[in-house]
Design a protein around this ligand. Sequence first.
Ligand SMILES: *Cc1c(COP(=O)(O)O)cnc(C)c1O
Length: 359
Amino acid sequence: MALAESVRALVRPAVADLDPYDPAFVACEVNLSANECTWPVDPATARAVADAVASAALERYPDPLANALRDELAAWHGVSRPNIIVGNGGDELIYNLFVAFGGPGRRLLDMPPTFSVYRIYASMLDTEVLAVPRDPETFEPDWDEVLAVAPKCSIAIVTSPNNPTGNVESLGRIEELCEACPGIVMVDEAYGEFAPEVPTAASLIDRHPNLVVLHTLSKAFGLAGARVGYLVADPSVIDVFAAVRQPYTVNVMSQAAALASVERRAAALERVAAIVAERERLAAAIDDLGIRHWPSQGNFILLRVPDAAEVRRRLAEEHSVLVRDLSSEEGLEDCLRVSVGTPAEDDRVIEAFRSVLNG
Ligand SMILES: *Cc1c(COP(=O)(O)O)cnc(C)c1O
């Protein structure tokens, strides 16, 4: 972004060269580029959400801490209200992590390739980024190096399942990191529901008060548009997040929609199980096309094709199918990420890949 010199003279150096986040959206009939849940919501939940939103008191400020939603989330996760804080999407909670625990003279331990938001927020808030790259073939973290660097860091983030590579981490590794890092360890479980066999790190918060576990309703619950995420952590850490947050960021409609959805979580989790099965069908079809891909525990699959940027362009322009091009990111040369859609959407993606790669 080329800033006018007069503005560049005014702006904080850390933000002078930032570009707005670009989801690279192009209107397409099939959009599997952002890991949203495109499966229909069951009719009972759809009705409950619509009723809850319709009766939200728009003339009143929201409950700042969304306590009704906190209580429901706490009941689900077997913790108490003081262990939970709700944010305007998981992204806001990641931002607030840097507001509270980052800043000049402090360091983030990042494990790329991973979610790019961490390093963007770190830089914006003058936090140095120490990158410990994952294995270029398997995308497993370099745990020896991670544990060697951790003592120097105020914040460490482990994404499990990792976006966009799909890897998951064991609780043993997370405990080692919590012990090695004197700062806050965030385990980002935005896709945790899609890895039902992998235990949540939330079970460790009693033993590790420097651990925070991030969740979102954007993926498994299909509420990306409502912008609701939450953290599970020790109450003393939650208090810090409560202190730095802007008071009314989660609006009354989103609180109402989220509460109605979480109250009916059994239906959402049934849909998640179907998406997990569909992920395996999509992976097998990608395999049949001879496309290199990585095993994923999220609702997406990372794959590598020759000339990925051109393949993405042709998928969109010739087949109206949108996937995410990650090929310009370090370690992800020629990689694309495809979100798991409905069976009909996935059939379109598979046919589009077949056609583009054969012609
Ligand atoms: C999607 C995502 C989030 C949070 O998304 P929100 O929509 O802001 O809740 C957090 N971490 C990862 C790795 C994600 O992919």
